[in-house]
Design a protein. Structure first.
Length: 122
């Protein structure tokens, strides 16, 4: 009886563990590729656009270095944020962390600035 059960299970070409591992590997690859594509786009924008658009200076080298400094801050802050929010998600729950992560920016609105208010010019 055990020989029959072994023959049936070995005839299965893809076990559930292997298909789950394959899905995890594909999802990991896609996520990593998207993140590095994001960094590629941000690096290109830092080299081409940010130094001219946001860091206007008499010295082009200073403007370029400032735009690449923003890239460096993002490159360092992203994994540190992932560690912090991953740790918090493990401690108090990922749903709570993901829903309250934008809390400071959504509650700091002045009482007179409603979303439907019209901007006034002085």
């Amino acid at each position: 009886m055990s020989d029959t059960a072994t023959a049936v299970s070995s005839a299965d070409p893809v076990s559930p563990d292997r298909s789950v591992a394959r899905r995890v590997a594909v999802a990991t690859f896609v996520g990593t590729a998207m993140e590095w594509y994001d960094f590629f786009l941000f690096t290109t924008a830092a080299a081409v656009v940010f130094n001219v658009q946001y860091f206007v200076s008499d010295n082009a080298l200073t403007a370029t270095m400032a735009s690449f400094a923003t890239l460096a801050v993002g490159f360092v802050a992203r994994p540190l944020g992932a560690l912090l929010f991953g740790w918090l998600g493990d401690r108090i729950g990922r749903k709570k962390v993901l829903t309250t992560r934008g809390w400071p920016s959504t509650t700091t609105r002045r009482p007179d600035s409603s979303p439907t208010s019209v901007a006034r010019t002085p």
